[in-house]
Design a protein. Structure first.
Length: 125
């Protein structure tokens, strides 16, 4: 399945949160933390707010690195939620913006996690 983005990029604010999360959780890979973040956002029913222009950080990874062996599953989840929220799936830019909005919201959602155990519980963040 075609991914919503070819390259996953994180904002500067998101990078600062991820650095703190790496320290708190001991998880040392950006892609793992970003997977948790996207899941945290996708499980919410509401549409993520549209992103205003944001300063990008130097954190970027390919879709395959971000999603790993579950790449098709993550792509399907993002597109299914986008469809529920009325995003035109034929417009690649809209789908990409939607994914980025979810990623940034998810990073914000998990920013106060203190340890890995907290990531495993719905109320952990």
């Amino acid at each position: 399945m075609k991914p919503p983005v070819d390259t996953v990029r994180v904002s500067q604010r998101g990078k600062e949160i991820l650095i703190k999360l790496k320290r708190n959780t001991g998880l040392d890979q950006w892609n793992v933390l970003c997977r948790w973040a996207i899941c945290a956002s996708l499980m919410r029913d509401s549409k993520p707010p549209r992103l205003k222009s944001m300063e990008e950080s130097n954190i970027e990874m390919t879709w395959r690195t971000f999603a790993g062996p579950q790449a098709d599953h993550f792509a399907a989840l993002v597109k299914a939620r986008a469809d529920q929220h009325g995003v035109d799936l034929q417009q690649a830019d809209e789908v990409a913006d939607y994914f980025r909005a979810h990623l940034e919201r998810g990073i914000s959602n998990i920013q106060n996690v203190r340890n890995i155990a907290a990531l495993l519980t719905e109320r952990g963040y």
